[in-house]
Design a protein around this ligand. Sequence first.
Ligand code: 6GU
Length: 235
Amino acid sequence: MSKPRFDVISIFPEYLAPLSLSLLGKAQENGLVDIGVTDLRVFADGAHKSVDDTPYGGGAGMVMSPEPWARAIDSVAEQTDAHHDLVILTPAGKKFDQALAYELSQRDHVIFACGRYEGIDYRITEHYRENPEFAVREISIGDYVLNGGEVAALAILESVIRLIPGVLGNPASLDEESHSIKGENDEQLVEYPSYTKPAEWRGLEVPAVLLSGNHGDIARWRAEQSATRTRKLKE
Ligand code: 6GU
């Protein structure tokens, strides 16, 4: 399989600068993934390079025009002959979760469209859904409103790229971490609390079981803690 590629299209390409830092930067330097950032405005016409207009039907705010989006998406799609996953970032999308992160970590080419204002003209979704070279997904990262999809793209990319083989130094830590721990009925559990040295700090002691050396007792204690924490989150 060839190297996975991720493209982000935004009117604020500088917002995506953190993609070259830390783990994501290393993953690119090590040749494990390619990440591209494209400025939508390059594909706009006229002296003002306008990318939005007033909504049909009235209402507040502005809607992003379809033509600059189609030119930008076609331009990044042309650069690879892979199948393309087009992720449209919108608070009206499907809630992002770890299962979706795994799915996107196995795709050849994912294009993130970061909408601003009142979103992108819906014909972009319709147009690319008609094209068999694309799978279109509308994704949200949670039940709150951001000014645009850029921060959502960063969060999604960080969670997706760390799942690509070779990106994390220690892949064993992948099965143990939050959101891959499973309870008795196979439900998702959050992680148990972690401690490191010193054994006593500002009068607080590390739970004795973790110092016992009894791996069975430790595993049972951690499973109980995960279950208790998960139950409390649901209260
Ligand atoms: Cl993907 N976009 C915006 N604008 N707001 C959001 C979101 C996305 N996910 C949660 N809130």
